[in-house]
Design a protein around this ligand. Structure first.
Ligand code: SF4
Length: 238
């Protein structure tokens, strides 16, 4: 598997995506939460193949601005977004038994909600893929400092996980997005730097970590929703 990446400049997001599509299309898709990083990855992806696949998770608790951004991106690129919803019976049971804000009561409850609304739908989305693409960057948080552009995802049947923006800075992302006039989530304009579900995301204060606004009531080491855990990384050029 490593040989497939020999000669590819892993610091070049476009080169990484080109090879990933050569290797895996149509069993590869971009997982988009409509973050700026995901929008940049989408722009590069669409410039390589107009029929590249994109999927998204509608947790039922997203901000209106996120839906507006998703629609703007859909129209801009003419892309068919493959939406996944949580199992309705699991959401109904959670809300009937624990109310609408159980995730604020404990880390365990928060992970339960993320499990129902994000992790299970993600597993369904990935079950028919050989690789997925993310907009993750190393700089985003203490949980992502080891991120590699190409990984195997031990949490999801060892499929490939492609992170073309792994080495990008926030400045790199904004510079690219502005040059290309990419539609973006308007919450960035009021201080948000990482955008997830509405009740679990806030704007950050000056000097705070880029993901400080996610589950801000929790310890930083806990700040993953279960979508990006237990990864076994490998570097194909070593
Ligand atoms: S981010 Fe919050 S609302 Fe969204 S799935 Fe996780 S706990 Fe639930």
């Amino acid at each position: 598997m490593n040989n497939e990446w020999v000669g590819v400049d892993l610091t070049d997001a476009r080169a990484v995506l080109e090879r990933a599509l050569e290797l895996y299309h149509p069993r590869i898709a971009l997982a988009s939460s409509f973050s700026l990083e995901d929008a940049v990855a989408l722009d590069i992806l669409m410039s390589i193949r107009k029929d590249a696949r994109v999927f998204a998770l509608d947790t039922g608790r997203l901000n209106p601005e996120t839906y507006e951004c998703a629609e703007a991106l859909r129209r801009r690129y003419g892309v068919r977004i493959e939406w996944y919803f949580p199992r309705h019976d699991a959401v109904e049971q959670l809300e009937r038994e624990k109310g609408l804000f159980s995730f604020r009561e404990s880390v365990e409850n928060r992970k339960e909600c993320c499990g129902i609304r994000k992790v299970e739908p993600l597993e369904r989305a990935l079950s028919s893929l050989d690789a997925w693409i993310t907009g993750l960057r190393r700089e985003q948080s203490v949980t992502r400092t080891d991120l590699q552009p190409v990984e195997t995802d031990a949490a999801h049947q060892n499929i490939a996980k492609i992170n073309p923006l792994a080495g990008w800075t926030l400045h790199d992302v904004w510079t690219y997005a502005r040059e290309k006039r990419i539609p973006y989530n308007r919450l960035y304009d009021i201080g948000y730097t990482s955008i997830g579900c509405a009740p679990c995301t806030r704007a950050i204060e000056p000097g705070e970590d880029q993901r400080a606004g996610r589950w801000w009531w929790e310890n930083p080491e806990h700040k993953e929703c279960g979508l990006h855990i237990n990864m076994r990384s490998w570097s194909p050029t070593i």
